[in-house]
Design a protein around this ligand. Sequence first.
Ligand code: CP3
Length: 346
Amino acid sequence: MPKSGQKPLLRALAGETVTPPPVWLMRQAGRYLPEYREVRGKVGGFLELCYTPELAVEVTLQPIRRYGFDAAILFSDILVIPDALGQNVRFEEGEGPKLDPIRDAAGLAQLRGGKMHERLAPVYETVRRLTQALPANVALIGFAGAPWTVATYMVEGGSSRDFARTRSWSLADPAGFARLIDIVADATAAYLCRQIEAGAEAVQLFDSWAGVLPDDAFQRWVTEPNARIVSAVKERFPDTPVIGFPRGAGVLYEHYAAQTGVDAVSLDTTVPLAWAAERLQPKVTVQGNLDPQVLLAGGAALNHRAREILAVLGHGPFIFNLGHGIIKETPPEHVDQLVHIVRGDG
Ligand code: CP3
């Protein structure tokens, strides 16, 4: 297909400057939407929603119907990988995820990859159904968590403020911790390849906690595993673009972009726009990076900052997005306001 016939998101990921830029938002399906809360109320656990194709398709499509975004992101979660490897994962109301923690070789020995794709089959079915259901100009993004971020949940047993147990395992026993990272990296590469086979047109790797690591540990637990996953995916699907999100990487964004082979980097809210335009955009497509708090605030603050981002990053390969997931208290009308600004009619 000629480039001009491609979907705007895929053109931007191929390195084209697209005007107006394609737009989608991290966590665009979720609790800020009343129609999501209604579907969520029909199932017991959050993972049940991820593993029920009919409902997962419905909530993936909700923000597309409402806002006409340029991309739909598969509705699932990064913690389906530990779940599919046999770790006990639950989501408790108002408390976030809870896992039976893995902290040593004995814990690692309990992980089982044999039934992974069987457990994840409903996710692949969701992707297949979405390829049929999406409007022609909307691209479908698959995703997974990157190994470091997923490992923090597996080791801490849930969310954490300081990642003390994960960091101390990685420092005291780097070879043992590397086995956990390798298990997650292999599972993640296989999982992303299955999503692409089922019809995902691009994939994003979420390394949400990359920013807590000093540069040597960042190299070992973020850059290297992300690079391995990118090369495993590209070996089978050389034409499928990969977006990396090493949140909080700071100046290491440059090194991550150069060494992992990603086609695009998703910028967190702290990355200075002019620095990204100068140092990153000549080499990779950039995505981002509106502060979700600014979207929550709306009004003049949103109008001003969204236009500033467009002015600085809109002259190169760019995808408009947030710098992190949408906040659940965000008024849905603020998202309308944002889409109008990006598309030049607001
Ligand atoms: O719309 C989309 O972006 C697609 C779906 C998606 C979800 N989670 C749905 C979800 C995606 C891409 C994710 C990624 C994810 N999940 C990340 C990486 C991105 C980031 O935010 O840093 C992480 C760290 C997770 C792990 C996770 N999932 C946590 C810590 C929580 C609890 C916190 C919370 O917001 O409640 C979840 C739950 C979760 N994942 C919800 C949704 C819509 C809310 C649960 C519910 O509806 O009951």
